[in-house]
Design a protein around this ligand. Structure first.
Ligand code: ZN
Length: 69
């Protein structure tokens, strides 16, 4: 098991991904967590649907923990 398998994707987490949005940003916020996740580009606010497995594979690093309200 590699370390990325252990990543828990939670709502509100911000990740730097290998995947770069056409607007030039590679920082994404998780806005929905499930089998399919929705992530929001922090550059332009566009939301895309991504497979959870795919998302984990493209994570470079975690920028921010979710904020507990
Ligand atoms: Zn963007």
């Amino acid at each position: 098991m590699n370390e990325k398998e252990l990543i828990t994707i939670s709502l509100g987490d911000v990740y730097e991904l290998k995947k770069q949005h056409p607007c030039g940003t590679n920082k994404w916020e998780v806005v929905r967590s499930g089998v399919d996740c929705k992530i929001k580009c922090l550059g332009c606010g566009r939301i895309i649907l991504i497979d959870r497995v795919e998302l984990k594979k493209s994570i470079k690093k975690k920028i921010m923990e979710k904020t507990i309200i």
